[in-house]
Design a protein. Structure first.
Length: 324
C-alpha cells in the first residue's frame, strides 16, 4: 500500500469532517441555520469529542465537565477584560488553569467508580458554580455574568463573524485529528480496555488508574478549549456555563449520537443545537417534549445512537452480495 493510500485510509473520516465543516457557511443556511449557530456547533463538537474520550473509551460518566468549560470561559473573559484583547495568551492561560484543576479533580474522583464517580464530578462542578456566584462574584459578575469585554483579537484580526467560525473550525479539525490518533494509539487501546474489563487489565500489571486520569485530563482539556472559544465567539460568560445542565446537555449529545465513536457525539451536538435553535421555533413550547421523546426512542431502539442507525442502514442497503 502506498503512503498516499495509507494516509487516506486512516484519515478519511477527518478529511470528510474537515470538508463538511469548512463548507458549512454555504450549505447550513439552506437548512434554515443562521450565521453564528454553525460556530457554536463547532465549539460543542470540540467539547463532545473530548467527553467521548472519557465516556466512550473508559466508560466513566462525568456529570461535571461543565466545570472545566466554565473555568476556561471565565478565565478567558477575565484575561481579555483585564490584560489583553489578544485571544492567544487568554486561551493559553485559561486552558492551562482548567487542565491543572482537572488533574486535582481527577485524582480525587477517580478513586470511585460508577455512580459514585458521576456524583463526585457533579459535586465538584456545583462547588465551582457556587464559588462563581458568591465567593468570586467580584471577578465573575455573579448572576449577571462577566461582561464588558473588548472585541477579541487575533493579532490584528477582529474575531467576528467568519473569522471566528474559521478559527474555531480549524481548531476543531486539529483536535478531532488528535482524538483519532489517540483512539488508534496503544494508549487509546488501554483506555478502551478499562471499559471492557478493568480488573483483568490490572491483573496484567498495568496501572489502570494512570490511564483513567489521562483520559479524564484530556477530556477536560477539550472542554477547556471549547469554553475559551465560547468567549471568543460571544464575549460574555454566564454562570450557566458552570451549571449542571451544561454537563447534562453534553451527556445527551454523546448518547444520542453514539458513545465511543468520536464522530457520533459530534452528530449529536449538531442535531441538539439545530433542534434547539431552529426546529424549536416551529414547535413552540412543546419542543422539549419532542426532544425528550426523540431521546427516549434513540435510547430504547438504537442504544448505539445515530451511528448505530447509520450502521444498520449501511448493512441493509449497501452490503455486497459476498457480505451477505
Amino acid at each position: 500500500m502506498t503512503k498516499q493510500a495509507n494516509f487516506w485510509q486512516y484519515n478519511k473520516v477527518v478529511l470528510v469532517f474537515a470538508l463538511i465543516a469548512l463548507t458549512m457557511p454555504f450549505w447550513f443556511p439552506l437548512m434554515g441555520g443562521y450565521s453564528g449557530l454553525d460556530t457554536k456547533i463547532m465549539i460543542f463538537c470540540i467539547f463532545v469529542v473530548g467527553f467521548d474520550i472519557l465516556l466512550g473509551f473508559t466508560g466513566y460518566l462525568s456529570f461535571g465537565h461543565a466545570a472545566f468549560f466554565g473555568i476556561a470561559a471565565y478565565t478567558t473573559g477575565i484575561m481579555l477584560k483585564s490584560f489583553s484583547d489578544n485571544i492567544l495568551p487568554a486561551m493559553f492561560v485559561a486552558v492551562l488553569l482548567a487542565t491543572l484543576v482537572s488533574v486535582m479533580v481527577g485524582l480525587l474522583t477517580l478513586k470511585r467508580t460508577g455512580i459514585y464517580f458521576s456524583i463526585l464530578t457533579l459535586a465538584f462542578a456545583e462547588m465551582f458554580h457556587s464559588m462563581a456566584m458568591a465567593m468570586l462574584q467580584t471577578w465573575t459578575g455573579g448572576e449577571n455574568g462577566l461582561t464588558g469585554m473588548p472585541t477579541p483579537m487575533l493579532f490584528d484580526i477582529k474575531m467576528q463573524g467568519a473569522s471566528v467560525f474559521y478559527f474555531v473550525t480549524i481548531v476543531a479539525i486539529i483536535l478531532f485529528y488528535v482524538a483519532k490518533r489517540i483512539e488508534r494509539s496503544p494508549v487509546g487501546l488501554l483506555m478502551k480496555a478499562i471499559k471492557s474489563n478493568q480488573t483483568r487489565l490490572e491483573y496484567t500489571g498495568i496501572n489502570a488508574r494512570k490511564y483513567k486520569l489521562l483520559a479524564f485530563v484530556i477530556s477536560a482539556f477539550y472542554a477547556a478549549v471549547a469554553g475559551a472559544l465560547m468567549v471568543v465567539y460571544e464575549p460574555f460568560v454566564g454562570h450557566e456555563f458552570l451549571g449542571w445542565h451544561q454537563s447534562g446537555e453534553v451527556v445527551i449529545m454523546s448518547v444520542i449520537g453514539g458513545v465511543g465513536t468520536l464522530i457520533g457525539p459530534m452528530l449529536g451536538a449538531g442535531f441538539m443545537l439545530y433542534f434547539e435553535n431552529v426546529l424549536s421555533v416551529d414547535l413552540g413550547e412543546q419542543w422539549l417534549l419532542v426532544l425528550g421523546a426523540i431521546f427516549m426512542a434513540v435510547v430504547i431502539f438504537m442504544p448505539g445512537g445515530f451511528m448505530e442507525g447509520i450502521a444498520r442502514l449501511k448493512k441493509r442497503y449497501f452490503t455486497t452480495v459476498d457480505g451477505e
